[in-house]
Each structure stands twice: as structure tokens, then as C-alpha cells.
Design a binder for this molecule. Structure first.
Ligand code: ZN
Length: 130
């Protein structure tokens, strides 16, 4: 299960981010998974869900945005998104192509709700004391 290792790596990033915000609540985890990243989004979400459920932020949503494969033809420079299993350049028919998008898998953003002040000192306000 390749996705388990990926989920653990993502989860470490999330944990490091949350450690900097004590008392904050994690609302959502957003990932980008390229079609050629080697990760199955459903398996990844499942693996990540297991980790999230065991944490203090078990209510956090997981959103995985698939990124289509992008290719650039080395012969004519045409950039295109190939249909299934056909990697030939639609402009010149060349098969010498470079993958320019769709290989990455990364943490896009976290939705974090800051502490309501119960576990944190209250924020400074601009109001003057009487
Ligand atoms: Zn071409």
C-alpha cells in the first residue's frame, strides 16, 4: 500500500503545521494528486482518513483534487492534455513528449480555525482602556 506511506508523509506535514497553532482546529485538508503521481486518490483518502480519525482533529474534511496529465511535445513545443493512453502530439504526431504536469502529489492547503481564546491569551485589540 503505497498510499499509506504517502498519507503518513502528508500527515506529518499537517502535524507540524498544527503544532505551530496550539488550540486551533483543523477543518479541512486539501491535497492535489496528479494522475501520474502513482497514488490512487480513493486509497489515499482512505489511508489519510484513518490517521485523521485517530487524531484530535477527527472532524477534519479531506479533499483531494485530481490534476490531469499535461504533456509538452519536444518536437514542436505543443502543450496538451492527452486522452487516455494516447501520448502522441495532436499537432505534429510526435511521440517524443515530456510530462509537465500530473506527476506531483502535494498538500495544497489546510483550513484551520484559530482558537476561540479559551486556550490562548486573548488577542490584542486596538480599543483603549478607560
Ligand atoms: Zn508536436
Amino acid at each position: 500500500m503505497h498510499e499509506v506511506a504517502l498519507a503518513q508523509a502528508v500527515w506529518r506535514q499537517v502535524g507540524a503545521e498544527m503544532a505551530r497553532r496550539p488550540g486551533a482546529r483543523l477543518a479541512a485538508i486539501r491535497l492535489v494528486a496528479g494522475r501520474w503521481s502513482g497514488a490512487d486518490p480513493e486509497s489515499l483518502e482512505f489511508a489519510l482518513r484513518l490517521l485523521v480519525n485517530e487524531s484530535a482533529w477527527c472532524e477534519a474534511a479531506i479533499q483531494i483534487r485530481p490534476l490531469p496529465l499535461g504533456l509538452t511535445c519536444k518536437t514542436c513545443g505543443h502543450a496538451f492534455e492527452p486522452p487516455e493512453m494516447n501520448l502522441a502530439c495532436p499537432a505534429c504526431g510526435g511521440r517524443d513528449v515530456e510530462v509537465t504536469q500530473g506527476r506531483d502529489l502535494y498538500l495544497e492547503s489546510l483550513e484551520i480555525e484559530e482558537s476561540d481564546g479559551q486556550t490562548h491569551p486573548p488577542r490584542k485589540t486596538r480599543r483603549r482602556r478607560k
